[in-house]
Design a protein around this ligand. Structure first.
Ligand SMILES: Nc1ncnc2c1ncn2[C@@H]1O[C@H](COP(=O)(O)OP(=O)(O)OP(=O)(O)O)[C@@H](O)[C@H]1O
Length: 346
């Protein structure tokens, strides 16, 4: 539906977007995920028409987007700092875009009722927005963006101002509402958990480039570069000392933790990624690696341990049912399914 080619943007001396390529499919929710300053908002603002690219093309349904004025694009926006109109009630806020379009009153009222139902606020129409909780306000803001049936909804850190617990609950709700409205959406966030919950596909950005574009599951299973792995809090990255291909899909890598056989077509990998859940408590018969628990923290169904071996330290998760204490010796094996090969960043 929306196709971006070779998008470049420079602010003074800084190149903020470098040859961004991205295709957004109809009905999907795509999250732009990346650290502060990587260019997410700039890319969104270019799509919205609030900023212009120095180079590159934006196509909407195969047609160039640039000549279409902002008000005729029919894009919805929901930004963290876009407050509701404080002196208008909930219904009037939701109705705002419909009035701008010149929609007749009866139709507007029907649409407002549909929107209140969609966001779970039936009966709130005449309430003042000043009386609402933070979560309710965000739902009104979402209803206001969705009311004019935008062909594309853009959300920039829409839950950024809410506390963590509320954010987690609302993220799931946001996804359900956007899906029920059958709208195509781009969702900007720097929070990987939010992106995982909300998105069909994720574009992970670093320094003005899209480093990886795939489903949340695929990115978690196979982060492409060390940057992506670290950004997802996957920090056990062991430099590969030597790699041998035993076939197109089978690699043997040497690391300071020992040799590992990995099902992968990735040649010339820089790191072996050990996901925290790869750790398995060794049985006396297994070929294990010796180590020691130096820290342990309880996380509910599992415990996170800092595990020191002869040449390094890993953060690993083991079931809470194991009685472990700080300083104790612990021999481990590693589940090959939870290991992957990762490229360097350059
Ligand atoms: N109008 C502007 N003039 C000059 N520099 C700008 C302008 N807008 C953005 N920048 C710079 O461009 C870079 C990317 O900014 P952008 O807001 O796109 O990043 P972001 O990934 O959305 O970050 P954040 O999550 O902090 O909003 C930053 O270094 C920012 O300072």
């Amino acid at each position: 539906m929306l196709h971006m080619q070779g998008i470049r943007k420079q602010f003074e001396q800084t190149l903020v977007l470098r040859d961004v390529e991205l295709t957004l499919n109809r009905g999907e929710i795509l999250a732009l995920l990346g650290p502060s300053g990587c260019g997410k908002s700039t890319l969104l603002r270019i799509i919205a028409g609030l900023e212009f690219a120095d180079q590159g093309q934006l196509l909407l349904h195969g047609q160039p987007l640039n000549p279409i004025p902002i008000h005729r694009r029919n894009f919805g926006l929901m930004f963290q700092d876009w407050a509701l109109f404080p002196h208008r009630n909930v219904g009037e806020n939701i109705e705002f875009g419909l009035r701008m379009e010149g929609m007749a009153k009866a139709q507007r009222q029907q649409r407002v009722a549909e929107m209140l139902e969609l966001v779970g606020l039936v009966g709130y129409q005449r309430r003042s927005v000043l009386e609402l909780s933070g979560g309710e306000r965000q739902r009104v803001a979402l209803a206001r963006s969705l009311a004019p049936r935008p062909q594309l909804l853009m959300l920039d850190e829409p839950l950024g101002s809410l506390d963590r617990t509320l954010r987690e609950r609302l993220t799931e709700e946001l996804r359900q509402i956007i899906k029920a409205a059958e709208v195509t959406a781009i969702y900007v966030t720097h929070d990987q958990n939010e992106a995982f919950v909300v998105a069909d596909r994720l574009a992970v950005m670093n320094a003005g480039q899209i480093v990886q574009l795939a489903t949340p599951q695929a990115i978690y299973q196979q982060p492409k570069t060390a940057f992506v792995a670290r950004f997802l809090s996957l920090t056990n990255l062991l430099p590969i000392e030597q790699q041998t291909s035993l076939g197109p899909e089978l690699q043997v890598v040497e690391t300071n933790l020992g040799p590992f056989q990995i099902q992968s077509s990735q040649t010339n990998a820089a790191y072996l990624l050990i996901r925290p859940e790869a750790a398995q408590i060794a049985t006396p018969a297994s070929a294990s690696v010796q180590g020691q628990v130096v820290e342990r923290s309880f996380r509910g169904s599992y415990q996170r341990i800092d595990w020191r071996y002869q040449h390094g330290l890993l953060q690993l998760d083991v079931p809470s049912s194991y009685q472990l204490s700080q300083g104790q010796t612990l021999d481990l094996t590693f589940d090959a399914q939870q290991l992957s090969l990762v490229q360097s960043d350059h």
